[in-house]
Write a protein of this length. Structure first.
Lengths: 260, 210
């Protein structure tokens, strides 16, 4: 596969003055003044504490939630004019523990969206094989297993494979590696960072872990109390002058200082 | 009269009553499932209607069975004396456990799985048929099992309105003050209930998705 084709003129994902209030809590918006543009092929880590609104922001993209104000654009088109089913079929989605269907085998989970899209059986089977190879799982050994017969890390791999199966241009990930042990977690983060480089997808990745954001993201957007407080390339992020950035940096640096 | 003597001398009659009983139960359960399961599926996405339907089914359940049979007799089409009235009453009784378990089974699911299904671009119908139904099926079946056991018991009372079945022995035994005759109805009814419970329990465990 060729190197990541980055075309900086092309905005894949756009938020324009977006606000989101939970039903019945209109006084305190969960997100406000969100304006953000993400170019094709970027891997953006959405960083923030619990309750900062990062998962909400993610769910606005595929219309699992609808914004209270403002507009969201996918491939230049406002999402409120699009059929949500069509919109979602073109966007991969990975959540913690994968959200795999427990009654389907690994292969059936991965082949689900291609099946919904009406692909032929042979093409689906070929795609399942391709996706399992991509995430490093042996088809013969794991294809027929149910999710409960896999380890946490393997389930997460299947979650990624399933999200990529119908070849979406955009991938949304909500703390996908959050439930894993630290060693497996670091392995998957590094593998995934490589994968993201190779695939050239536009990726929005929610995390509360600065280390993870640095490993996976080419750009880091920091949310605090429902607002974007920092937005910088990975290399420059720690130099941003904002108390919340420093708070994250401090939590990141502490173990080293304690050792010194 | 000795119980074993009565059983052996009335073998054919007991067998015939058991078959009549089974007929009442099978027909009533088939109708109750055909109404309760699709209704439960429709109610998954309609919270207000769901509360109303479950409330209505609960009220039906509180009516004493003998009274319900009595109420139905004067009704046109549904009522009268005989099997048809008995089936209507049995269906009404079986409805609540089936409806309640269908609703609970199809709604009380891992939210992460439902969110993933929606995010992947499955339509409501696809989520219902391919995710909710297979994952909730064992709970639906538990409702069918409860309803079947209840129906086998309540069906003995159907004899009071001339619907036949094992209840005929029980009512006759009460009138004759004969334990043997009562047991000729009660024992096969109990065995039917135990058998249905065990068989459906087995099926339920088989369909359970861990």
């Amino acid at each position: 596969m060729n190197a990541k084709a980055e075309d900086h003129s092309e905005i894949t994902l756009g938020f324009q003055g977006v606000k989101y209030c939970a039903p019945n809590h209109t006084a305190t918006p969960i997100l406000s003044d969100i304006t953000l543009q993400i170019r094709r092929g970027e891997t953006v880590a959405l960083l923030g504490r619990s309750g900062s609104g990062k998962t909400t922001l993610l769910k606005l993209v595929n219309r699992l939630l609808k914004p209270s104000a403002g507009e969201i654009f996918v491939n230049g088109q406002p999402t409120d004019l699009m059929d949500p089913i069509r919109l979602r079929r073109g966007i991969g989605y990975v959540i913690q523990e994968g959200g795999l269907f427990p009654h389907y085998t690994v292969a059936e989970n991965i082949g689900l969206v291609p099946g919904l899209e009406g692909w032929g059986r042979d093409r689906i089977d070929a795609r399942i094989a391709e996706m399992m190879k991509l995430v490093g799982l042996e088809l013969g050994e794991y294809g027929g297993r149910k999710p409960r017969e896999l380890s946490g890390g393997q389930r997460q791999r299947v979650g990624v494979a399933r999200a990529l199966a119908a070849d979406p241009k955009i991938l949304l990930m909500d703390e996908p590696f959050g439930a894993l042990d630290p060693v497996t977690r670091a392995e998957l983060q590094n593998e995934f960072a490589d994968l993201a480089q190779r695939l050239g997808k536009t990726i929005l990745f929610v995390t509360h872990d600065l280390r993870e954001a640095m490993r996976v993201g080419s750009r880091i957007v920091l949310l605090a109390a429902g607002k974007i407080v920092a937005d910088a390339r990975r290399e420059e992020f720690l130099r941003v002058e904002h108390p919340e950035v420093r708070a994250f940096a401090a939590s990141f640096a502490m173990p080293n200082e304690a050792r010194a | 009269m000795n119980l074993l003597d009565f059983f052996s001398s009335h073998r054919a009659e007991i067998l015939q009553a058991t078959l009549a009983h089974l007929f009442l139960v099978v027909v009533s359960m088939a109708i109750a499932i055909a109404i309760g399961v699709p209704l439960g599926m429709i109610l998954v996405k309609r919270a207000r209607l769901r509360a109303m339907a479950l409330g209505f089914a609960s009220v039906l359940q509180t009516i004493p069975s003998l009274a319900l049979f009595g109420f139905l007799i004067p009704l046109p089409f549904l009522g009268g004396i005989g099997t048809r009235t008995a089936i209507v009453a049995l269906v009404l009784y079986a409805l609540l456990p089936i409806l309640r378990n269908t609703v609970v089974g199809l709604t009380n699911l891992d939210p992460a799985v439902l969110e993933a299904a929606e995010a992947m671009g499955m339509t409501e119908t696809q989520i219902l048929m391919r995710v909710r139904f297979p994952l909730g099926l064992s709970v639906v079946l538990a409702g069918v099992r409860t309803a079947t056991v209840i129906t086998i018991g309540v069906a003995t009372i159907a004899a009071a309105i001339g619907a036949g079945g094992l209840g005929t022995f029980i009512f006759r035994g009460v009138a004759m003050v004969s334990d043997a005759v009562i047991l000729a109805g009660a024992i096969p009814a109990a065995l039917l209930a135990l058998g249905a419970d065990a068989a459906l329990g087995l099926l339920e465990r088989k369909l359970k998705v861990v």
